[in-house]
Design a protein around this ligand. Structure first.
Ligand code: SAH
Ligand code: SF4
Ligand code: F3S
Length: 518
């Protein structure tokens, strides 16, 4: 894009003044304005031959065919919440007239950042250096940063000072404003920074795109009130806010009408869903309503905090045909003393008896977890308690993390931080144990026929597809791309530790989406 444009900076004020105050109307208005500016620039660039130089013939043809006026690339760091936010951001960018580019050589590059551990944070700084060199080649390129890292004041300060080529910074509470922020950047020089400390606003009904046509994340709540002492999330995602169940149901119904057969209900602590709503409803109550949606085949959710997991939820899971037999139940530590310091509000014994209760009610459940090694003050005895829980529960898989000191959290100022080498040794021992158990547990369905959602064409073996069982285990099997997005029966021939090799048994009845499972 060249700098010449029919858009006059002096128009900007009038355009802003005339914008509707109410959301989402305001954003649809700015989407339209951004489109107009981009279109004018693009058309001028096509006429001058600039566009051909910038994009090359192939990409230019794609832009012209799709009626787009520039390219974008989003990189997502962090958890499923961020992944879902990125889909919303993508939807807005597409409405603005951007087309997804295969690489970061794009006109609009967005990093949706994570700050849960130091290394998530460092990755972003590392890659910003590369973006700077790209921008030197294409000065009209826009670089935007959003997500959890941007909620930290010291991060924004650092970027303002040392990464001045960044164009737009926004946070986790105002992603719906992307079009307006792009408009602001296009209409003035310098970095646009808009980070909110918190919000009670949930803006619904903005455009969204999906990575997979057949499955989708659905936010049921935002933020977190738990303040585990090591965790930055409550500070960067704000207080817990639940979406109205009607809105959630409406969204899932429209996803299903659009071809989705699996949803993942998302929240930092789904078990406390609904508590703050005017007409309170439990998470189990919400699941009962979601279950009734015709055409929806699989329901997943994440994450369950053990302290709030109710008997009602276990019952609903047990009786459900659609809720997947998988529960992610973060342990964090097996030592009751450390759990207390972590402010997790359960003991080792309570956790184990909860697991017993779940396994008794749903014997084929697959359990996964998160564990932190090296929390301040963790002794060898504390660590052995964690190993003990791992051996007793026998998780299908466990995400293991080395404790990372996050500025501003209570644990960061605890004095007895554990030396790095000690933590590393414990971490390796834990990983070995977790992997050995997982290899045994994951293979338990070998020799049976199971329903698999065919999700991707396998990159490594030609003619093969990759799918997932209800319990989330990966299965590779021979099959054509026409099966993608459908549930198929697969014989699990062999377990290879973390995944199966299988053979297709029969194709699902054609017409797929609105078939209820018998
Ligand atoms: N809400 C979820 C977790 C979200 S963060 C829950 O409560 O389970 C995902 C995982 O990152 C956590 O479960 C924890 O294991 C890990 N984590 C969070 N803060 C961390 C820190 N400071 N250091 C290391 N791991 C951390
Ligand atoms: Fe962090 Fe705890 Fe909230 Fe999970 S529940 S996001 S670990 S504070
Ligand atoms: Fe990271 Fe934010 Fe998720 S800090 S883990 S992206 S909520």
């Amino acid at each position: 894009m060249t700098k010449e444009t029919s858009f006059q900076l002096s128009d900007a004020e009038t355009i802003k003044k005339n914008a509707p105050a109410a959301e989402p109307e305001r954003q649809y208005y700015f989407i339209q304005k951004v489109r107009e500016i981009l279109r004018a620039r693009f058309e001028a660039d096509v006429a001058s031959g600039e566009a051909l130089k910038r994009y090359g013939q192939e990409q230019l043809d794609r832009l012209l065919e799709s009626g787009s006026f520039g390219t974008f690339c989003i990189t997502t760091f962090g958890c499923q919440m961020n992944a879902r936010d990125s889909e919303k951001l993508q939807g807005i960018l597409e409405e603005c007239g951007f087309l997804e580019a295969p690489s970061e050589d794009a006109d609009f590059v967005l990093y949706n950042t994570c700050t849960v551990r130091e290394n998530a944070n460092l990755k972003v700084y590392g890659r910003l250096g590369y973006l700077n060199s790209q921008k030197k080649k294409h000065p009209s390129m826009m670089i935007a940063l959003c997500g959890c890292m941007m909620q930290e004041e010291q991060v924004v300060e650092k970027i303002r000072k040392s990464y001045r080529f960044v164009d737009v910074i926004f946070g986790t509470h105002n992603i719906f404003k992307l079009a307006e922020l792009i408009f602001d950047r296009l209409s003035k020089k310098g970095m646009v920074v808009d980070v909110w400390k918190g919000t009670d606003q949930i803006v619904e009904d903005l455009p969204t795109d999906r990575k997979y046509p057949f499955k989708s994340g659905v936010n049921i709540m935002f933020g977190c009130n738990n303040f585990c002492s090591y965790c930055i999330v409550p500070y960067v995602r704000g207080r817990e806010r639940s979406r109205e169940s009607e809105e959630i149901i409406k969204e899932i119904e429209s996803l299903v009408a659009d071809g989705v057969i699996e949803v993942m209900l998302l929240g930092q602590n789904v078990n406390s869903y609904g508590k703050t709503l005017e007409t309170p409803i439990t998470f189990a109550g919400l699941l009962r309503r979601v279950e009734k949606i015709e055409g929806l085949r699989r329901i997943r959710f994440m994450t369950s905090h053990p302290k709030d997991l109710s008997d009602e939820l276990i019952e609903v899971m047990r009786d459900s045909k659609k809720i997947c037999r998988h529960l992610h139940l973060p342990l964090q530590s097996g030592s009751s003393r450390i759990l207390k310091e972590m402010n997790r509000r359960y003991t080792k014994e309570q956790y184990l008896s909860l697991v017993d209760k779940i396994k008794t009610a749903i014997p084929d459940i697959s359990l996964t977890t998160d564990i932190i090694v090296g929390f301040p003050g963790e002794t060898e005895e504390d660590f052995e308690e964690t190993m003990d829980v791992v051996r007793k529960v026998r998780y299908d898989s466990a995400f293991t993390f080395i404790y990372s000191r996050r500025t501003g959290t209570p644990a960061a100022s605890m004095e007895n931080q554990v030396p790095e080498d000690v933590v590393k040794r414990r971490f390796d021992r834990l990983l070995e144990e977790v992997q050995a158990i997982s290899a045994e547990v994951c293979g338990r369905d070998t020799g049976t026929v199971q329903e698999v959602l065919a999700e991707e064409v396998n990159d490594h073996a030609e003619g093969f597809l990759t799918g997932r069982l209800g319990n989330n285990t990966v299965v590779h099997f021979e099959g054509g791309p026409e099966l993608l997005g459908t549930l198929v029966d697969v014989h699990l021939d062999e377990s290879r530790g973390f995944y199966y090799m299988g053979t297709l048994v029969k194709k699902e009845n054609q017409g797929g989406n609105d078939n209820e499972k018998a």
